[in-house]
Design a protein around this ligand. Structure first.
Ligand SMILES: [Zn+2]
Ligand SMILES: [Zn+2]
Length: 262
């Protein structure tokens, strides 16, 4: 049954609970592998956390990294452009982010979010690596900044997608991918399912966003990369193909976008 090869395209391995829930990162990865999840992109949310993430996963070649500043973390530390630029050139770093705009939780930092987003688009183009975009309650500004910043030159992904078809279409037109999290399995996500039905298979990725947003039947519990299997199975049914086929296609998409050779 296990000839699946799924990639969790977005998890925060440095934010899992290693005190009470998991023994260590190896246990998390081995759990996932037992369920057909064989590669992981672990996402940084501040520049200051990068070294720690790198060390935590240094002995696991199946973990690729991103580096960037999350829009909800723009005030955590002074922005260090040069340091981020250097980290983004690290061979283990396959993407810049997660970056973007979140006006839902922190509208008061809008100006700073926009400034850091612009600079991270710039870095992505310079290092020739794609962007990982977080967007919430900021549709118009997110897309306008990507378009004006000519982010089509580096490409990227709208992660944990929960937006409407107009936004999906605009992202697809820019050459971007759309990543689907456990939210797709939620009962109240019918609108999202209707959007995802229209997204071409060759532009879809799957993710957990662990430790957040666990899919059904784990909703409300801490998430982990092993559960991307539920997202894969659910999305396969939605698209009318087998889980093996969905895994094969989304793995190929991750390889195309992030230039990962397995
Ligand atoms: Zn996010
Ligand atoms: Zn995230």
């Amino acid at each position: 049954m296990n000839n699946l090869f799924i990639i969790d395209s977005h998890c925060h391995l440095d934010s899992l609970d290693y005190e009470t829930r998991h023994k260590d990162v190896d246990e998390v990865i081995d759990n996932a592998k037992a369920r057909g999840v064989h590669h992981f992109i672990s996402i940084c949310t501040t520049v200051g956390r990068f070294e720690g993430m790198k060390q935590l996963t240094a002995h696991r070649p199946e973990v690729s990294l991103s580096c960037g500043v999350h829009p909800l973390n723009v005030e955590d530390e002074p922005f260090d452009y040069d340091r981020l630029f250097t980290y983004c050139q690290d061979p283990r770093v396959v993407a810049v982010g997660e970056t973007g705009l979140d006006y839902h939780y922190t509208p008061e930092t809008k100006a700073l979010q926009q400034s850091l987003f612009t600079q991270q688009i710039e870095i992505a183009k310079l290092v020739k690596k794609p962007l990982i975009i977080h967007t919430r309650s900021a549709r118009e500004d997110t897309m306008a900044m990507l378009e004006q910043g000519q982010a089509d030159q580096c490409g990227g992904v709208l992660h944990c997608f929960t937006e409407d078809w107009a936004m999906a279409k605009r992202a697809l037109d820019l050459g971007f991918y759309i990543s689907i999290s456990g939210i797709i399995t939620f009962r109240n996500a019918e609108e999202l399912r209707n959007v995802v039905r229209q997204v071409p298979l060759d532009r879809l990725l799957v993710e957990t966003d662990s430790p957040y947003l666990a899919p059904i039947p784990y909703r409300g519990k801490p998430n982990q990369p092993a559960y991307v299997r539920e997202v894969c199975d659910y999305l396969a049914t939605l698209k009318g193909i087998s889980s093996e086929e969905l895994a094969r296609i989304t793995t190929q998409n991750v390889q195309n976008l992030f230039k990962i050779t397995l």
